[in-house]
Ligand binder design. Structure first.
Ligand SMILES: Nc1c(NC[C@H](O)[C@H](O)[C@H](O)CO)[nH]c(=O)[nH]c1=O
Ligand SMILES: CC(=O)[C@@H](O)COP(=O)(O)O
Length: 158
């Protein structure tokens, strides 16, 4: 189902458990900063809305989405971290570089999650252009950061 049919910020809050004692790491890519900052703000707002404490949320920045995997690993290896949220935006350019980054970060984040047996959330936009990114970072299709945060919350209540 495309984001056009399912707003990224609309989700069922039922069965969401208390997050007051959970600790989160949010790893944010600096590429396309206008977008990733909007994703971060959405993720923070959603975590706090569901009871997470500000002091239990740490942020780490990485240069680009390709570095999200290692940034996630450095966070996930910390025993006190319960879940990691990775936020990035990879915009299609003229070459196949887009494909390599997107595949690498999807595979890398998955591997970290399985290696450390904890939720590591793929909050990475992979749009064709800037407008598609804006539409999914607080625009008409919602905010991918909201979706990533509620996914972490739901997984911790698994
Ligand atoms: N073009 C985008 C990049 N490129 C940078 C890579 O993520 C990486 O930092 C570099 O290849 C060095 O390892 N990153 C994004 O997050 N978004 C882009 O659109
Ligand atoms: C996703 C990228 O790295 C991409 O934006 C780089 O642009 P290009 O493919 O034109 O070099």
């Amino acid at each position: 189902m495309a984001s056009a049919q399912k707003n990224l910020s609309e989700f069922s809050a039922k069965n969401v458990t208390d997050m007051s004692d959970k600790r989160f790491a949010i790893v944010v890519s600096e590429w396309n900063e206008e977008i990733t900052e909007a994703l971060f703000n959405g993720a923070m707002e959603t975590l706090l809305k569901h009871g997470a404490k500000q002091e239990n949320i740490i942020r780490k920045d990485v240069p680009g989405s390709f570095e999200l995997s290692i940034g996630a690993q450095w966070a996930a290896q910390v025993d006190e971290i319960d879940a990691v949220i990775c936020l990035g935006c990879v915009i299609q350019g003229e070459t196949r570089h887009f494909d390599f980054i997107c595949q690498a970060v999807a595979d890398g984040i998955t591997n970290v999650s399985l290696k450390y047996n904890k939720p590591v959330i793929f909050g990475v936009l992979t749009p064709d252009n800037q407008q598609q990114a804006l539409d999914r970072a607080g625009g008409k299709h919602g905010n991918k950061g909201d979706e990533a945060a509620i996914t972490a919350v739901k997984m911790l209540g698994y």
